[in-house]
Design a protein around this ligand. Structure first.
Ligand SMILES: Cc1cc2nc3c(=O)[nH]c(=O)nc-3n(C[C@H](O)[C@H](O)[C@H](O)COP(=O)(O)O)c2cc1C
Length: 201
């Protein structure tokens, strides 16, 4: 029989904190670096970090939330590891998945194709039933066109990182985006539970 314990239940997190994978593909290391920084910021949410080049896409179905790091290469194309697995996403049922995207791109070098891969991947996932979280405003970016725009035209489908032209903004963008994801996923940082812990003693 289950008896009520005298310990107060802490309002720390929901009983079923979602499992989160941060999945990156990267050819010159930028997206990997951003993924690691995001992982540090989401550490309270016990996220797992995964190299898409070293995993089976199907295995990612074990997670509730997928945060996908997708650089754009070769003028509006995928980075190689994402290119190799792109078709496989079309075979998956993603109706119970929440997906956030972040991309690395170069707005000055490729202003007509800024962050395209992030948008192309999202449309594939949307067709499989995934729910998008983590949209990000286009304010503060200087580009001409992007396949990664959300339907409202004022947001990207995910966080746009530009390490070539706006590297000084990356950390603060990640800070804000991590907080946004925590809010959208209803995650409560562990720090918020500490006063409750103290008062429960
Ligand atoms: C040949 C080449 C093509 C690129 N094409 C695009 C592009 O179409 N759109 C874009 O936003 N960035 C483009 N980029 C910039 C990359 O996305 C950027 O360098 C990114 O940081 C690479 O990330 P990674 O090191 O994780 O692979 C291109 C870079 C190179 C070298």
């Amino acid at each position: 029989m289950h008896t009520m314990s005298h310990t107060r239940t802490l309002p720390a997190r929901s009983d079923h904190a979602p499992s989160i994978a941060i999945v990156w593909g990267s050819s010159t290391g930028y997206t990997e670096e951003v993924a690691l920084k995001l992982h540090q910021r989401l550490a309270d949410a016990t996220s797992t970090i995964v190299d898409i080049g070293e995993t089976e896409v199907r295995d990612l179905l074990a997670f509730d939330v997928l945060i996908l790091g997708v650089p754009t290469w070769n003028i509006g194309e995928f980075q190689d590891d994402w290119e190799y697995c792109f078709d496989e996403w079309a075979t998956l049922d993603l109706r119970d998945k929440k997906v956030a995207l972040f991309g690395c791109g170069d707005a000055k070098g490729y202003p007509g194709y800024f962050q395209d891969a992030m948008g192309i991947l999202w449309r594939q996932l949307e067709a499989r039933g995934a729910t998008l979280i983590g949209k990000w405003p286009t304010t503060g970016y200087d580009f001409d066109e992007s396949q990664a725009l959300a339907p409202d035209g004022n947001h990207f489908v995910g966080l746009a990182i530009d390490e070539h032209n706006q590297y000084e903004l990356t950390d603060q963008r990640l800070d804000r985006w991590a907080q946004q994801l925590e809010a959208e996923l209803d995650l409560r940082p562990v720090a918020a539970a500490i006063p409750a812990l103290v008062s429960a003693v």
